[in-house]
Ligand binder design. Structure first.
Ligand SMILES: Nc1nc2c(c(=O)[nH]1)N[C@H]1C(S)=C(S)[C@@H](COP(=O)(O)O)O[C@H]1N2
Ligand SMILES: [Mo]
Length: 198
């Protein structure tokens, strides 16, 4: 495929550039820091815990009764692959945060299996983040984070916690799993914030 020009990405709008240092893949790589946890739906919960200790929790049944959105986004992994026009279905974080009274600025996201990642609460609001349970018209596969994963496509994909089980809210930013090991606290692919100091 060497004759394909460098800028060609086969997408709907080729004027939209790719973040610096990224290349496009057609497959969907699996990147997991540990084994795929098994989460039974009748034991699954999603919990938002405020800085005051208030817990807002949904069972799977309650979560699935929430309104969902379908959205198509590009996703960018810090290991430099990007996947364009991925389509998902999930619940907007705006919906989940609607009844949550908080003045915190940061979220520490936790997954079944122990993975954590941090981001500003503002990055979960404004129609930019979802808890997604469907990918390309099918239930999200366990290896990609099923039954449900966080999806925050405007940040590097390590912020999109697979097997998400909730997040806690804090006044200060607290490093998650990869952030403790040298990955950037924010992780904006457009500013190439891969590692500490970027
Ligand atoms: N729970 C959990 N979520 C995770 C990870 C992980 O190891 N555990 N890896 C992150 C990283 S580094 C990436 S690039 C994406 C990969 O998602 P995928 O395996 O569906 O491609 O998930 C992110 N979310
Ligand atoms: Mo990643």
């Amino acid at each position: 495929m060497a004759i394909v020009s460098r800028g060609f990405r086969g997408r709907r709008d080729q004027s939209v550039p790719l973040p610096p240092g990224q290349y496009v893949v057609k497959d969907f790589p699996v990147l997991s820091a540990g084994p795929t946890p098994r989460v039974q739906l009748d034991r699954w919960t999603f919990t938002i815990t405020t800085e005051a200790g208030a817990e807002h929790a949904w069972t799977w049944e309650q979560f699935r009764a929430l309104p969902t959105e379908r959205f198509t986004v590009d996703i960018h992994c810090v290991t430099k692959w990007s996947k364009l026009d991925t389509s998902w279905e999930g619940v907007s974080l705006d919906t989940l945060l609607a009844g949550v009274d908080t003045s915190a600025s940061f979220a520490l996201v936790a997954s079944y299996g122990g993975y954590t990642t941090n981001l500003p609460l503002a990055d979960l609001r404004g129609g930019t983040a979802w808890v997604a349970h469907r990918f390309e018209g099918a239930d999200l596969e366990p290896k990609h984070g099923g039954p449900a994963r966080l999806l925050v496509p405007h940040l590097y994909l390590w912020k999109s916690a697979k097997w998400v089980r909730g997040f806690s809210l804090h006044a200060e930013d607290q490093a998650g799993f990869w952030e403790t090991l040298g990955y950037h606290m924010y992780g904006d692919p457009w500013r190439e914030q891969r590692y500490w100091g970027d």
